[in-house]
Design a protein. Structure first.
Length: 257
């Protein structure tokens, strides 16, 4: 039975050139997004530029994550190897729990998989899954993929070499904690320095020893600094798309006179 005639185009959609109208609409949308991002950059820049750093050479006292864990100022959990037969790698449905792994972070595709909520509840109860909650500070304990962030929106399941730090809010501000841990020098000091895949000993990471009021002040600045970093990253991504799209149009003789 012939279901397709000779006129049917089976070229994958990603290889079909955009229509001129669609390309123009995409460019218009991207210019609007870029202007919005640049407004964000200017706003964060004004706020952060007002910060004055002390010229004092005195070194502030610090404690390690291990010290904080022993003092019960935070709880520390390590991610676990996940059963591959349970992982789903298609589009994330409503109610599913994202799974984050170090390879996802390296490839920039996280979350690369997910688990059903019932599977997560069962695995968490059995102690075979590590689930990070909103407000937890997540650390990737590999030098090549070193990242630290505050999990803000939904629970996530952590794979191996990922850590969840849950600070006691009466003792530690999560954004302050994340900001201290994000410092590259901190990671280098706690790393094994053996290879590009060297592990970070999370327990050796240093945290400034400040009062909760001071932590919150630092935490607010750290949060803005991270937002500025994300805005810069988004500007680069949107700008790259604009340059590519506009360049293709001009090279195709589409300049409107």
């Amino acid at each position: 039975m012939n279901l397709l005639d000779e006129q049917t185009d089976l070229t994958p959609a990603r290889h079909i050139p955009e229509t001129a109208m669609k390309a123009q609409a995409k460019l218009h949308e991207s210019w609007g997004r870029l202007n919005g991002l640049l407004d964000e950059v200017r706003s964060y820049s004004r706020s952060l530029a007002a910060i004055s750093l002390s010229a004092d050479d005195d070194v502030a006292s610090t404690v390690t994550v291990s010290d904080l864990d022993r003092a019960r100022a935070l709880k520390l959990w390590q991610g676990q190897t996940l059963p591959s037969e349970l992982l789903h790698r298609d589009a994330l449905p409503d109610g599913a729990v994202p799974v984050v792994s170090v390879p996802d972070l390296i490839l920039g595709v996280w979350p690369g998989s997910w688990l059903a909520a019932a599977e997560v509840e069962e695995g968490f109860s059995a102690g075979s899954l590590t689930v990070a909650e909103p407000g937890d500070v997540i650390v990737a304990g590999v030098e090549r993929a070193y990242r630290v962030w505050v999990q803000e929106d939904t629970p996530i399941v952590l794979g191996p070499q990922l850590y969840a730090l849950r600070p006691d809010p009466e003792i530690l501000d999560p954004w302050f904690l994340a900001g201290c841990l994000r410092a590259p020098a901190n990671a280098r000091q706690a790393g094994s320095h053996t290879s590009s895949s060297a592990r970070i000993d999370v327990r050796k990471l240093q945290v400034l020893q400040f009062s909760l009021a001071e932590q919150r002040e630092y935490g607010a600045a750290f949060k803005e600094l991270l937002a500025l970093e994300e805005a810069f990253r988004s500007v680069a991504a949107v700008g790259e798309g604009l340059i590519r799209g506009l360049g293709d149009g001009l090279a195709g003789g589409k300049l409107r006179r």
